[in-house]
Design a protein around this ligand. Structure first.
Ligand code: BGC
Length: 404
């Protein structure tokens, strides 16, 4: 090769490399996220985007993530989005601008957050969907959560057990039940409902359970879940929906309420007390006396919030599905640590599809807390034992009832 040909070849190679680089970066901000991921190192900044401070669990989740990530040698920056999808998108943009090399997102709205994580991905960030899956985008690397259907399974089994549905419960006369699902923008909500509905539906088919509002019938399917969802998991919204149910119920007895979250349960209880002050947690519903109109229904919940502990302690709520979120923060930290060590983290579950991609998934196990535990159930004090709340907080929780 003479010198002229050699120089021409060098120019062509440089031009091609420049062109390819330009093509790579042209995807920035678009929905196809082909940019290369940073090589994550210990000492890098990890951005954490949590949905709201208003719910107890996300404060604990956030504090745990900061604690464990720092312990593992990362820097952290955390933001709370006040339950606003647009706030969360700008939080994520800010975290990336602040230099975050990975972002951990518990989405307010799993679909609305897509473009923000796509931008993060286009900058080379690792994206972890935390507790709630981020939908319809390929810009999610990993998903960590608790076994979703288990929530509904535990709740439904408590109802089945307390109403004696495997025995005579509802066989002479159907028992009235109200059913609620979580927020319509949260991909977790239909899975929680599926876990419960798969178990409860047979009792609608046998005629032992009935929804007097007429919304849920024996032909209801999991796909219909949005008809009973409570937007933004909001307590006041739940109370309004329960008000409508109570109007339909009239003076009839109420056996149970399937609620997917402690704050929804509290909204439900307030509505019951307004509509039917005769009903009292001091008279628990007894399937062998199904006509007792003053009996208090079996009400489920999730998250082990302080209000949940109080309501269970004083008999207003039957159980709560408690997630030891320290384990979720530890799992998230271990995934990022493995990536920083050049290892490939190994999921413990089947990948979950978000509409665009099969996302590598880890599922952890929740616990059911009740006042008098049987079998695998745990007592209320378990939250102190695992460090979710302090002993002092527990004493406050059990000091006085909210609902009498
Ligand atoms: C979480 C639940 C929580 C609910 C309301 C869901 O996405 O998985 O643990 O109860 O949001 O905050």
């Amino acid at each position: 090769m003479n010198i002229k040909k050699f120089l021409t070849a060098v120019v062509i190679i440089f031009a091609s490399v420049a062109l390819l680089t330009a093509c790579g970066s042209s995807t920035r901000g678009s929905s196809t996220t082909k940019s290369t991921t940073h090589t994550l190192k210990k000492g890098d900044l990890i951005g954490i985007s949590m949905p709201t401070k208003a719910d107890q669990r996300w404060n604990v989740d956030g504090a745990n993530l900061v604690k464990y990530l720092k312990k593992a040698g990362f820097k952290t920056k955390i933001q709370y989005a006040n339950n606003s999808p647009s706030q969360q998108s700008s939080d994520i943009n800010n975290l990336v601008s602040a230099g975050a090399k990975a972002i951990i997102v518990a989405a307010v709205d799993g679909t609305a957050v897509g473009p923000a994580v796509e931008q993060a991905k286009a900058q080379g960030d690792i994206v972890i969907a935390y507790d709630r899956l981020i939908m319809n985008t390929d810009a999610v690397d990993y998903y960590v959560t608790f076994d979703l259907e288990r929530t509904g399974i535990l709740e439904a089994n408590t109802i089945i057990d307390k109403l004696d549905l495997k025995g005579n419960g509802g066989k002479d006369k159907p028992l009235n039940i109200a059913l609620f699902a979580g927020s319509d923008d949260d991909n977790n909500a239909p899975y929680f409902f599926k876990g419960a509905w798969d178990l409860l539906k047979p009792y609608f088919q046998s005629g032992q359970l009935v929804d007097p509002s007429g919304i849920v019938t024996k032909d209801f399917t999991v796909e219909d879940w949005k008809k009973i969802s409570v937007h933004a998991w909001d307590q006041n919204q739940a109370q309004k929906q329960m008000d409508a149910f109570m109007t339909k119920l009239g003076q009839k007895p109420l056996a149970a309420v399937l609620s997917p979250y402690d704050a929804i349960s509290l909204g439900v209880m307030k509505s019951i007390k307004n509509a039917r002050p005769d009903m009292s947690p001091s008279i628990p519903f007894d399937p062998s006396h199904p006509d007792n109109k003053s009996a208090w229904p079996v009400i489920t919940g999730q998250d082990g919030m302080d209000i949940g502990i109080t309501n269970i302690y004083y008999g207003a709520q039957a159980e709560t599905v408690f997630k030891n979120v320290a384990l979720l923060a530890k799992k998230t930290t271990s995934i990022l640590t493995q990536v920083a060590d050049g290892k490939k983290p190994k999921p413990n579950a089947q990948p979950m599809n978000n509409g665009k991609k099969d996302v590598p998934t880890w599922l952890l196990k929740s616990d059911e807390l009740v006042k008098n535990p049987k079998g695998d159930q745990k007592g209320l004090h378990y939250e102190v034992e695992v460090g979710f709340i302090t002993e002092n907080q527990y004493q406050k929780d059990i000091a006085a009832p909210i609902i009498k």
